[in-house]
Design a protein around this ligand. Structure first.
Ligand SMILES: *Cc1c(COP(=O)(O)O)cnc(C)c1O
Length: 411
């Protein structure tokens, strides 16, 4: 490369990320990520790791000792939980109500589980009785259930599922990536054995770190598997199938890295640890309930706003996540061209959709740092302009007025 061909430094355009994730990060999270690095076994690093664990116990509402980060995006946490809890041949039940249920099923298949799914229509959630009925029929060792599925915006109620799993001796895992921090989540009170998340939704950070929490029962299952330490198999009599079928995602090894032994496994992603710690710190500083309430109000404002623009909301609104809404693209409006106009002319990103909803709905998020009145009102004002440009007839100011009313009512 000649010097003149070398690209300039990174200088991203100003963007307001109002899609289903990733979203604009809290400014203090970006500042934390630019802090100088320390060594893996620097006492300061060990201190930060311990603080991060304690902060996430607050975020998850748990006293689980095994509360830590898996390095990688949200699916790193998902994969670590599933490959570490499931032995080949184990039965896993996955209730599927959107794209991410299919992902959990696929990962469990790859872990060589015998996977059983039940499905409900996109835009709906499962009644606890439907899940219990499937548990009785399938007799799984693990239930893997998404909490909030951004593909459909639905929020599966989890509060009764832990007791059902307990009754039937089933481990209960939930992917709370899209919902944690913006909707209720009570790891202990709801009887979760494992839960994973990511930073790039309601936690207000970049993707690249996956918070995870594990009950004592889950840790026992992980500990009961064949152990490998520093590349040497410790359990001579364990069968090959007993060892976790991944080195990177072997939670037994990751727990030893985070635990008092601080046994070397990977090299903790230092800047992502800073980010994850800051995400949890700002959440707890504002107050977990206050942050969830801010998501509830901003979600209600965005919902009222899109309805004020005459748009139709997709799915069972009573079970919608606080932090994302799906709206039907009005007839005659070219969905992708309208999204491109929002991005190019207003610097605002909203989301497209997958699977059966592709081309039918846009998804608009109000999460983390962007669960904010000015972000909501700006997005609605821009959306109104773009809809009109593409020939939709929209009530002038109808979106902003309706959303502002929600904020005034909540004040
Ligand atoms: C967004 C999302 C993910 C994302 O996974 P990444 O690996 O971070 O891209 C996973 N699960 C759910 C439920 C999500 O909504």
């Amino acid at each position: 490369m000649t010097p003149s061909a070398i690209p300039g430094p990174i200088d991203p355009p100003a963007r307001l990320l109002m899609g289903p994730g990733p979203i604009s990060a809290y400014p203090s999270v970006l500042r934390a990520m630019s802090a100088p690095l320390v060594g893996q076994y620097d006492p300061y690093m060990t201190q930060l790791m311990g603080e991060t664990q304690e902060l996430y116990r607050g975020v998850w509402a748990t006293s689980n000792d095994a509360t830590l980060l898996v390095d990688g995006t949200s699916r790193a946490g998902i994969e670590a939980a599933i490959v570490s809890l499931v032995r080949p041949g184990d039965r896993v039940l996955v209730p599927v109500f959107g794209r991410f249920g299919h992902l959990l099923a696929e990962i469990a298949e790859r872990a060589m589980a015998e996977v059983h799914t039940i499905e409900t229509a996109w835009g709906q959630v499962f009644a606890p009785s439907a899940i219990e009925e499937a548990i009785v029929r399938v007799k799984p060792t693990l239930l893997a259930l998404v909490q909030g599925d951004t593909s459909t915006t639905m929020n599966q109620p989890l509060d009764e599922i832990g007791a059902i799993c307990e009754r039937h001796g089933v481990l209960f895992y939930s992917d709370a990536t899209a919902s944690l921090g913006g909707n209720d989540f009570e790891a202990d009170a709801w009887g979760l054995d494992a839960a994973t998340a990511g930073l790039q939704k309601c936690l207000g950070g970049p993707s690249g770190s996956s918070p995870i929490t594990l009950s004592e029962r889950a840790v026992e299952v992980i500990r009961s598997r064949g152990r490998i330490e520093a590349g040497i198999r410790e359990d001579g009599d364990a069968s090959a199938a007993d060892f976790v079928r991944s080195n990177y995602f072997d939670l037994g090894m990751i727990l030893d890295y985070w635990g008092p032994r601080r046994l070397n496994h990977h090299t903790e992603a230092t800047s992502m640890l800073y980010a994850a710690r800051e995400c949890a710190r700002v959440l707890l500083l504002e107050g977990r309930d206050a942050v969830i309430e801010r998501h509830r109000v901003s979600g209600a404002a965005m919902l009222a706003g899109v309805e004020g623009l005459g748009l139709t909301v997709f799915g069972d609104v009573a079970h919608k996540m606080n932090n994302v809404v799906a709206v039907e693209i009005p007839a005659g409006v070219p969905g992708d061209a309208a999204r491109a106009a929002l991005l190019e002319d207003f610097g605002i990103e909203i989301g497209t959709s997958f699977g059966p909803l592709h081309g039918r709905v846009w998804r608009i998020g109000t999460m983390g740092y962007n669960a904010r009145e000015d972000a909501v009102l700006t997005t609605l004002a821009a959306l109104e302009q773009v809809l009109r440009r593409f020939g939709a007839s929209v009530p002038a100011g109808g979106g902003v007025d309706a959303a502002a009313d929600v904020y005034r009512g909540a004040a």
